[in-house]
Design a protein around this ligand. Sequence first.
Ligand SMILES: O=P(O)(O)OC[C@H]1O[C@](O)(COP(=O)(O)O)[C@@H](O)[C@@H]1O
Ligand SMILES: [Mg+2]
Ligand SMILES: [Mg+2]
Length: 337
Amino acid sequence: MKKVSLTRYLVEEQREHNTIPAELRLLIEVVARACKAISNNVNKGALAGILGSAGTGNVQGEMQQKLDVIANEVLLEANEWGGHLAAMASEEMDSFYETPNRYPKGEYLLMFDPLDGSSNIDVNVSIGTIFSVLHMPQPGQTVTEKDFLQPGTKQVAAGYAVYGPQTTLVLTVGNGVQVFTLDREAGSFVQTASNIRIPEDTKEFAINMSNMRHWAPPVKRYIDECLAGSEGPRGKDFNMRWIASMVADVHRILTRGGIFMYPWDKREPGKAGKLRLMYEANPMSFLVEQAGGASTNGLQRIMEIQPDALHQRVAVIMGSKNEVERVTRYHHEAGQS
Ligand SMILES: O=P(O)(O)OC[C@H]1O[C@](O)(COP(=O)(O)O)[C@@H](O)[C@@H]1O
Ligand SMILES: [Mg+2]
Ligand SMILES: [Mg+2]
């Protein structure tokens, strides 16, 4: 394939295919620049004193790592003055952040998980940033939380950066899924794969097996059948992977197929799941569906869920289409989520 920069890809989407407006193109470029800055911090690690706990907690009751806080600030600072955004919301902020009056306001809303896979920061394992872009329903009006509460089907762009052996940016603007790799010498993201597709079948699953005793019966049934391998009803052996960074696990699935699950479990039965709908599950679902995969909460397509809170949680089952459909069928058969 011809190697083009992220900038060139976006310009072509705007000019030749007319799939995105100029404002959205510029917004994505700013997000990509912020990811580059976060990647540089991640790369320096202990040399820059950015490892370890920040000593604070976020609205979800989770301890914040220094890098959670740094990544959040990098994204806020990069995006607040560009004129493309009405407001931003993040895993690390209780409420949304409206573009200050001293800057021009734009017509988009940006949501992000600034640093995904926080438990892997200090151990030098892949982590990432996940983002989702929506239209501001009434540009020019004061932003309210309700403006963000749009189902995932309304996303106009979504993506993530993985900070691993390479820094990779994976993006959709609703026209397939494109992969860009950061060329550190050139300082730019270069397209390294286009219109990637997730195989419909797989022999690889990703789930935190230590929660097995807490799972609902349909999840237990599916995993038991995988574990039974070639002697069981599936008639084939399965492999398991769990990186504990959603970005890295989903990136593997976008690359070679598989199923990723963070289901509801009875440790905290009042919570729908661990992962957050607006800035984890929805953007990843958009990417997975654009690559030919599927994504449900066990009963329903994730992108069709009507959100009722910014930090809402959701059960997640995504990846290779036939496997996701199977797990979803097991939920319907059992009459539970
Ligand atoms: O430690 P567990 O329970 O396996 O959870 C791992 C999951 O939690 C997450 O780390 C949650 O995201 P944050 O790190 O952004 O809070 C996912 O990336 C990952 O899939
Ligand atoms: Mg996360
Ligand atoms: Mg996070």
